[in-house]
Design a binder for this molecule. Structure first.
Ligand SMILES: NCc1[nH]cc(CCC(=O)O)c1CC(=O)O
Length: 306
């Protein structure tokens, strides 16, 4: 509450996805509390050097620039894509709210559905997880590593350089590009990244006042689901580039978690599900990870672990 107007200051990167996500959270906060939120643009090193860093394990660059502003007291909170946040908790910060997740799935952008792509068609994605799982379904397609924001990626389809690209459905909806979706993959076909589609509202752990204000944005069922997904990812000791998919859903009574680890060529898979109490979400994730490791999941991850 340190802006002159008394509004909470929300620091945001300047990309279209980041500003849209921040505005969504700001609007939800204002709607629920009647209080204003002031958006503060933060230019990060990662934004200046464009897409390259984001692929070189550089998502941390985006996160840490906003965290620096939290530490300096220039902003009160920040909104991240949860799947870009490292699973290792930094004790200086807390996830004050995990708003309701609306779509966790991956989407195919292009003119054809996945099954209708011609053999040899070129499908763009920068994610080893997506390549591994899609290769298992369609080993006859060519998977092309691509970088950059959604706009750049979709541009490669419109220019004819690629036949399709795979992106998170949630991001496409948020930036208003959902009309270009040819197909949404169900989790039986393509398990999303842990935390995909969820937003993380982060503030300093020592700001009890801000934590209290932001609590209204938290959705307990989303929190238990993504807690299980991220505990599993952490227990697998998988790096952000590892071919790990996970999805959990909390119906209010039971938390169901499904996870998969795929070898990079898509030929070998360890896929398992477990159910438990939402209050034991982290334990459920760790338990399932241990079972998957016992079945060889760590060997499949190979060079992509850590
Ligand atoms: N890794 C980049 C990233 N981080 C969050 C999203 C989309 C929104 C989300 O998953 O919450 C994306 C793009 C994508 O994977 O298509």
């Amino acid at each position: 509450m340190t802006s002159r107007s008394g509004a909470l200051r929300l620091g945001t990167r300047r990309s279209l996805l980041a500003t849209t996500q921040s505005q969504l959270v700001a609007d939800a906060y204002t709607e629920r509390t009647g209080r204003a939120v002031e958006l503060v643009g933060v230019t990060t090193f990662g934004d200046v050097t464009k897409a390259h860093l984001a692929q070189l394990g550089g998502t941390g660059v985006f996160v840490s620039a906003l965290r620096d502003k939290l530490v300096e007291g220039e902003i009160d909170f920040a909104v991240h894509s949860l799947k870009d946040l490292p699973t290792r908790q930094d004790p200086r910060f807390t996830l004050a709210a995990l708003p309701a997740r609306h779509d966790h799935r991956d989407a195919l952008v292009g003119t054809h559905k996945f099954a209708d792509l011609a053999p040899g068609a070129r499908v763009g994605t920068g994610s080893p997880r997506r390549v591994a799982m899609l290769s298992a379904l369609r080993p006859d397609l060519e998977y092309v590593a691509i970088r950059g924001n959604a706009d750049t990626r979709i541009g490669k389809v419109n220019s004819g350089e690629l036949d399709a690209v795979v992106l998170a459905s949630a991001g496409l909806h948020r930036i208003g590009r959902d009309a270009e979706i040819a197909q949404i993959f169900e989790v039986e076909e393509l398990l999303p990244a842990p935390g995909q589609g969820a937003l993380a509202v982060e503030c300093r752990a020592d700001r009890a006042d801000v934590i209290e204000f932001l609590r209204v944005l938290d959705d307990p069922r989303t929190r238990s689901a993504v807690t299980a997904e991220r505990a599993l990812l952490a227990a697998l000791e998988a790096g952000c580039a590892a071919p790990v998919g996970a999805f959990a859903a909390d119906d209010g009574h039971t938390l169901n978690l499904t996870a998969v680890v795929v070898s990079i060529d898509g030929r070998e898979t360890v896929r398992k599900s477990a159910a438990g109490s939402p209050s034991e979400a982290a334990n459920l994730g760790r338990l399932l990870a241990a079972e998957m490791i016992a079945e060889g999941a760590d060997r499949l991850m190979g060079e992509h672990s850590h």
